[in-house]
Design a protein around this ligand. Structure first.
Ligand code: MN
Ligand code: MN
Ligand code: MN
Length: 289
C-alpha cells in the first residue's frame, strides 16, 4: 500500500517523523513519502525508523503560486543533496520565517507578544500560519484554529501577511532537476472552475509534472471523476496520499487512500523499485494484491 503524502512536526504535522512511520507501518503502508512543506529534514529520522517492511521516500510538498493562487506540488524520490534543490528549499524556508516575523510584529501591535521565541522553540523548520493559530488557541486568545484564522492569521485577519512563493515552473523544475517525480497535490482544493483547472494541469504538465493526486481526504466522487477525466486528457498519471497531519483530523489517517481509477497508471509504475525488498521478493512469485 502506498501513502505518498503526509506531514511530520518538521513542518505543520503534529508527530515526529519516527512516530509517523510507526503509525504508517501499523496501518499496513509499504511505501511512504514524508512530504513536509518546503523541507526534507525529517527524512533521515523517518528512514531510520522504517525497518524492512516499509520504504520511506525522500519527498517534499512545495508551496508555489500560479495565477495568483497558492498551489502545492509534491516531489517524490528527490535527491535531497542536489544543490539547486537544497538551496531552493532553504529559500522557501527563509521566506516562511520572514512572513512569520511580519505576522508576529502585527500580533505584537494587537498586544500578543513574544510569538517568535515560541515559534523558534518548535521542531518545525518550515513554520506556517497553522503554528500561529495553535499558539493563539493555546494562549487562550481564541477558542479554536478556525477562529484564529478568521480573526488574526487568515486573509482578512488583523495579522495577515501575504506569502511570497516561488512560481509553479520553479517548483516543478527543482523537483525534476533533483531526479524526482512532480505531483500536483490535491487539485480539487484550489477552488478553480473546470477551465482554470485544466489550464493549471496543462501548465503543470508542460513544466515537467507527471502525475496528479486522485485520491486524498474529502475528495468526493463527482470531483474525483472530473479530475480523472482531465488527467486522461493530458496523459497524467495518478497519485494518492492521506495528507496526514495529526490524529485529531479524524477524517484521515496514514494509509487511508480510496482506490484510484483502474484505467489510469499510478505514479509508482514509473519507479517499480520503490516497493521494499520483502515485497519485491513476493512479486516474483504468484500474483500479489
Ligand atoms: Mn499542512
Ligand atoms: Mn497541501
Ligand atoms: Mn500536505
Amino acid at each position: 500500500m502506498f501513502d505518498l503524502h503526509c506531514h511530520s512536526y518538521r513542518s505543520d504535522g503534529e508527530w515526529s517523523p519516527a512516530a509517523v512511520v510507526a503509525r504508517a507501518r501499523e496501518r499496513g503502508v509499504r511505501v511512504l513519502a514524508l512530504t513536509d512543506h518546503d523541507t526534507t529534514d525529517g527524512y533521515e529520522e523517518a528512514a531510520a525508523a522504517a525497518g524492512e517492511a516499509l520504504r520511506v521516500l525522500p519527498a517534499v510538498e512545495i508551496s508555489c503560486s500560479w495565477s495568483g493562487k497558492e498551489i502545492h506540488i509534491v516531489g517524490l524520490d528527490v535527491d535531497r543533496a542536489q544543490p539547486a534543490f537544497a538551496g531552493a528549499l532553504r529559500q522557501q524556508q527563509a521566506r516562511r520565517w520572514t512572513r512569520m516575523q511580519g505576522m508576529a510584529d502585527k500580533l505584537a501591535r494587537d498586544g500578543i507578544a513574544d510569538v517568535m521565541s515560541e515559534i523558534r522553540a518548535l521542531p518545525a523548520v518550515s513554520p506556517g500560519r497553522q503554528h500561529l493559530a495553535r499558539l493563539l488557541v493555546a494562549r487562550g486568545h481564541v477558542r479554536d484554529a478556525e477562529r484564529a484564522f478568521a480573526r488574526y492569521v487568515g486573509r482578512k485577519g488583523s495579522a495577515y501577511v501575504p506569502a511570497e512563493w516561488c512560481t509553479l515552473d520553479e517548483a516543478v523544475g527543482w523537483i525534476v532537476a533533483a531526479g524526482g517525480l512532480a505531483v500536483l497535490a490535491h487539485p480539487g482544493r484550489y477552488d478553480l472552475s473546470g477551465g482554470a483547472l485544466l489550464k493549471l494541469m496543462t501548465a503543470f504538465r508542460d513544466a515537467g509534472g507527471v502525475a496528479i493526486e486522485l485520491s486524498y481526504p474529502q475528495l468526493f466522487i463527482e470531483e474525483a471523476q472530473r479530475l480523472a477525466g482531465q488527467a486522461r486528457k493530458l496523459g497524467l498519471l495518478a497519485s494518492q496520499g492521506s495528507d496526514f497531519h495529526s490524529p485529531a483530523q479524524h477524517w484521515t489517517d496514514l494509509g487511508r487512500t480510496p482506490p484510484l481509477p483502474p484505467d489510469i497508471a499510478p505514479v509508482w509504475s514509473l519507479r517499480p523499485h520503490w516497493l521494499p525488498a520483502a515485497d519485491a521478493g513476493l512479486a516474483g512469485g504468484s500474483a500479489v494484491a
